[in-house]
Design a protein around this ligand. Sequence first.
Ligand code: ZN
Length: 197
Amino acid sequence: MIRFQPMHDRCFGCRRPSGNGRFCFLCARAWPVVGVTAAGSYTEPVVRDTIHAMKYRYARILCSALAPFLESAIYLHGDAPHDPILVPLPLSRRRYTWRGFNQAALLAEGAGSRAGWPVAHVLTRVRHTFPQAELSHEERHANVAGAFRVQDRFSFEGRDVILIDDVATTGSTLRAAAEACRTAAAGNVYASVIAIG
Ligand SMILES: [Zn+2]
């Protein structure tokens, strides 16, 4: 049985103590996301190895195995996300073609079907971005700024959104995705991932 150490007692921005994955009051002003929760830390070898296997050995089956972990990460937000819609982060077309599946979409579908949350595959990449892992902190933000948009004519109509991805490191990607959702009338935007890097 794999056990992860949940990550929800720190502000994602500065890593100071904070409940339910919320940004602290200092960081909150700079972020379009209310809070980030994770099933585990990317520094734990078992977490890192499992995610790596899921992404690079084309293991769809591991997405199913990890969906309950994502579901538990979503519950770490507490009661605040009201009647949320799960929104997985999309891959670029190029990477989707290479990998054959989007791990964020499969994780969101798995957790959504378990807990009854709807999943909206409405985020698209406006342009290709470089792999974030190869870039510095500053480059990451510039790389993804404005990289996402919500499909034409789709509106969240004020409903809360929970962005779903496998790993969050600097949060630049989550920030860009959240801004796109806010443009499409999202209420509060949260994020849940398998691991915080
Ligand atoms: Zn903070």
